[in-house]
Design a protein around this ligand. Structure first.
Ligand SMILES: *Cc1c(COP(=O)(O)O)cnc(C)c1O
Length: 265
């Protein structure tokens, strides 16, 4: 297990990097929401991060998502009873983000606990979300996932399909389209991702400008551990960070093999 200070240091460094990138793109650091993706984290690391006051947590699988939510809620409830000596206060409520592919048969258990679904990648999934949300009388905030580079191994809508799907969603009353999400293709150098981020940001701004989707259409989720600064510079206001916070002692090496191992761990 990583020493306690290590996560704290990594967390601070990440916030500094986010702030630098925000300022570089002429925005305030507070305008960027970093989501800590906990799929590689130990339960203790998740608790530490909550203790540091971090509010936005993400998971990529529904089952793990449910377990994390239960664990975090219990921790926060217990912390409230025992609090007093600790300096940083945990947030009252965690905002839970679903960042991974959602199967339609997992929608029902997900809806009551999720705050934002980043990874809606088909019209069929939106139809299931609407059906289940209507039954449960819930509103669902979500992003459309864009497969900007047209990679076969990734899910997501093609760029031209996005406005078309967004149009259809407007009749689904329990769904609130909040913006777009993308994952850049693997790259040695994060600079290589910049054109992909820019293309997605361009579509996002076009859709915002035309006003069709309301003022709540305001979230652009791009950037992960190895490329979040470039993503922010390209216009992201939400980044999803796992390895850079919870990874092994060594800084993550950016090549396909190590990544593959991490994803399946
Ligand atoms: C795992 C995951 C992340 C975090 O990846 P890191 O490279 O570890 O920061 C971000 N987004 C999605 C969709 C993920 O599945």
């Amino acid at each position: 297990m990583a020493p306690r200070n290590q996560l704290k240091d990594r967390y601070r460094r990440m916030l500094d990097n986010v702030a630098d990138a925000a300022i570089k793109s002429r925005r305030q650091p507070e305008e960027i929401i970093p989501v800590a993706v906990t799929k590689y984290a130990s339960p203790d690391q998740v608790r530490q991060l909550i203790e540091l006051g971090h509010q936005d947590l993400g998971e990529s699988r529904v089952q793990q998502f449910q377990q994390r939510v239960a664990m975090a809620n219990e921790f926060i409830a217990r912390h409230k009873i025992l609090s007093g000596s600790r300096k940083a206060e945990p947030p009252d409520r965690i905002r839970w983000h679903m960042v991974g592919h959602v199967q339609r048969n997992k929608v029902k258990p997900l809806l009551p606990i999720v705050r934002l679904i980043h990874s809606v990648d088909s019209l069929r999934l939106t139809e299931e979300l609407q059906a289940q949300a209507a039954k449960a009388d819930l509103d669902v905030d979500f992003l459309l996932q864009v497969n900007v580079a047209g990679e076969k191994q990734k899910s997501g809508l093609s760029l031209p399909a996005v406005p078309h799907v967004a149009e259809q969603i407007q009749t689904m009353f329990n769904l609130r389209l909040r913006g777009l999400m993308m994952m850049a293709p693997q790259a040695e150098d994060p600079e290589e991702c910049r054109p992909w981020f820019s293309r997605c940001a361009e579509l996002f701004h076009e859709m915002r400008r035309d006003g069709h989707y309301g003022k709540d259409f305001n979230l652009l989720s791009m950037g992960m551990s190895n490329d979040y600064q470039v993503a922010i510079e390209s216009g992201a206001n939400m980044v999803r960070i796992g390895t850079a916070l919870f990874g092994d002692a060594d800084p993550p090496t950016i090549n396909c093999n190590t990544r593959q191992q991490k994803v399946t761990r």
